[in-house]
Design a protein. Structure first.
Length: 604
């Protein structure tokens, strides 16, 4: 069996060649090593302990289970199970449907995902950021901030129900352009048509990607890559002129400054020289207050584009009529080529001076006449018309309200925010309360850390902080002042606790500040070689299974991997629980007899 890293790299080598046809991909699915790698990649996710419609979870994973799965693929009797549909709440109070696939299907999908990523990642456009390695919402926002400067109009893109309306035949035809393997294509079609079960009723799916499926994001990117490439070609046709004309009023300063400079060269009197220097600097300062570029130049147009999943933003240097034409052309392309519908109500054309919405941020162009001296001592306007990323009080208010930490009242016509105790948290222990609040603050700050006004997050943290104090006061039937004084350590609210080893530790309230970050969090967009690296090689998970030695009784036979959702769920009273806690593992390789005893509660 070939090493998965070599297999995937051999595919990635041809990724950038759009004319290359990939063959014999289905045979890659017979490679056990691919499933070991897939298992290692996804085993730690807690959702794997949620059963699909077949009632199975990741618990009990074994080498023989993988071998049986490969055999069904080899003889093409493999049939994906329909997803089990459930619903999760959305920010607007509605519910979002979520599909829970069977774990065996997740494993096969992860192998398919790795194959598809190797094939397509090297050919995706640099403007696409969703569900891609080393890319994120932050990389999309920062790319937009760097390339959309001087934009006059925004087009906020919204595709109606994208993930539910992907046309299966269009997707299959797109895949066939690069994949010449009918069996591999048929397998993907099986997943597309698998359907879902809701209230014990099977619903067939005739459009959309598998709900909650591991391959859904990569399939969505393959589908919308057609749109990305269309926009790239559209930009080449749309852009006009090499450089915008210099503004007439700005240009008028040049001869006046030149005349004064000439007079300065010929002046001999010191006082005259001083006056001339003062006049020259005054004219340069006046000129800095003007834009050097004529923004109304009809012979100069530019279009910028960035996409994250099904959200995209277009920046236009041109007229509003140009924007309407762009919007109409996009609607026609999506309808004719991809069978998707552009939402007229949500696809807005916004003047860049006003905020547009993109990935939870307010985006607008801010003009500034501030000047700064360069290395030669010349005063230059340093900001001009730059893109600003902003976190709004409305976003913070909605999040705090969702946490039930905020009450708003109106005083003298103004909205006032009041922190309130979170009653549902008072039954948690002290450490859980402070850890949850810290995680909420860090999570919000991490996402909005690249905002130009990231310091506004301080208001968000202040409400959560005093809501926490009130929660502690409610829990212990005391006052905020007493709770703060009792737990104060060098001016920081601190919770002391004992760890599992009996050692005294402490957890402090977050006080890391909210300084603006200028780089994406844990993501890089540099042009790196398109190679696949499986970090760490074979980890202990598969090695422990292949060792065929039960970690509980020492029996030598085929093993099963016992999984738990979270380590904190273990009480630590039984020997096998203590062993998992001590090794900080959510897995235990055991024989089938010991595994049965664990589930029967009979293993000491």
């Amino acid at each position: 069996m070939r090493n998965p890293e070599k297999v995937l790299n051999s595919l990635a080598k041809h990724s950038g060649n759009l004319d290359y046809k990939f063959e014999k991909l289905y045979k890659v699915l017979f490679n056990e090593e691919m499933y070991y790698t897939a298992y290692q990649k996804i085993y730690s996710k807690t959702g794997n302990m949620t059963a699909g419609v077949d009632g199975n979870t990741i618990d009990g994973m074994s080498i023989s289970r993988i071998e049986r799965l490969i055999e069904t693929l080899r003889n093409e009797t493999y049939q994906p199970n329909p997803s089990r549909r459930t619903y999760i709440p959305k920010k607007n109070g509605k519910k979002r449907p979520l599909g829970i696939p069977s774990f065996d299907d997740k494993l096969v999908q992860e192998v398919i995902r790795m194959i598809l990523e190797s094939i397509y990642e090297g050919s995706f456009e640099h403007t696409s950021h969703g569900f891609r390695p080393q890319r994120s919402c932050h990389t999309a926002l920062l790319q937009m901030q760097q390339s959309f400067n001087a934009t006059r109009w925004f087009i906020e893109g919204d595709i109606k129900g994208f993930f539910d309306n992907i046309n299966h035949q269009v997707l299959i035809n797109i895949l066939k352009e690069r994949i010449a393997d009918d069996r591999f294509i048929r397998l993907i079609r099986k997943f597309l048509n698998a359907g879902y079960v809701e209230d014990w009723v099977l619903h067939r799916t005739y459009s959309g990607t598998p709900q909650g499926g591991i391959i859904s994001p990569i399939l969505a990117n393959i589908y919308l890559d057609k749109f990305d490439k269309y926009i790239r070609e559209y930009i080449q046709r749309f852009d006009k002129g090499k450089k915008a004309k210099v503004h007439r009023q700005y240009k008028q300063y040049e001869p006046r400054i030149c005349r004064l400079v000439e007079q300065l060269k010929n002046a001999e009197d010191g006082s005259v020289k001083k006056q001339l220097i003062k006049d020259i600097n005054g004219l340069k300062l006046e000129r800095c207050q003007l834009s050097s570029i004529n923004r109304m130049d009809e012979d100069y147009r530019r279009l910028k584009y960035v996409r994250y999943a099904d959200d995209f933003l277009i920046g236009v240097i041109g007229s509003k009529e140009d924007c309407k034409k762009v919007k109409d052309d996009i609607r026609a392309f999506l309808d004719e080529k991809l069978k998707l519908e552009l939402s007229d109500e949500k696809t807005l054309i916004t003047n860049a001076k006003k905020p547009a919405k993109f990935l939870g941020y307010d985006v607008f162009v801010r003009k500034s006449n501030k000047t700064k001296k360069d290395k030669r001592g010349r005063k230059l306007r340093t900001i001009g018309e730059k893109i600003v990323l902003s976190v709004t009080t409305e976003v913070m208010r909605k999040k705090l309200t969702a946490y039930k930490a905020l009450k708003t009242i109106t005083l003298e016509g103004k909205e006032v925010w009041k922190p309130i105790p979170r009653g549902y948290m008072k039954d948690l222990d002290d450490l859980e309360i402070i850890k949850q609040v810290n995680a909420e603050i860090r999570g919000f700050y991490n996402y909005y850390s690249i905002a130009n006004n990231s310091s506004y997050v301080n208001s968000f943290a202040y409400i959560l902080e005093y809501s926490m104090y009130k929660t502690f006061a409610t829990k212990y039937q005391t006052s905020i002042h007493k709770e703060k004084r009792k737990r104060d350590v060098n001016g920081v609210f601190t919770i002391w606790y004992e760890n599992k080893d009996g050692k005294t530790r402490f957890c402090r309230f977050y006080n890391g500040g909210f300084k603006r970050q200028k780089t994406a969090l844990n993501a890089y967009v540099d042009n790196i070689p398109k190679t696949v690296t499986i970090t760490g090689g074979r980890n202990s998970l598969i090695t422990r299974l292949q060792a065929k030695i039960c970690e509980e009784c020492g029996a030598t036979e085929n093993l099963e991997m016992h999984h738990v959702r979270k380590l904190k769920d273990l009480k630590g009273k039984l020997d096998w629980e203590k062993r998992m806690i001590a090794r900080n593992r959510k897995t235990l390789a055991v024989c089938s007899k010991c595994h049965d005893k664990i589930h029967a509660g009979k293993l000491d």
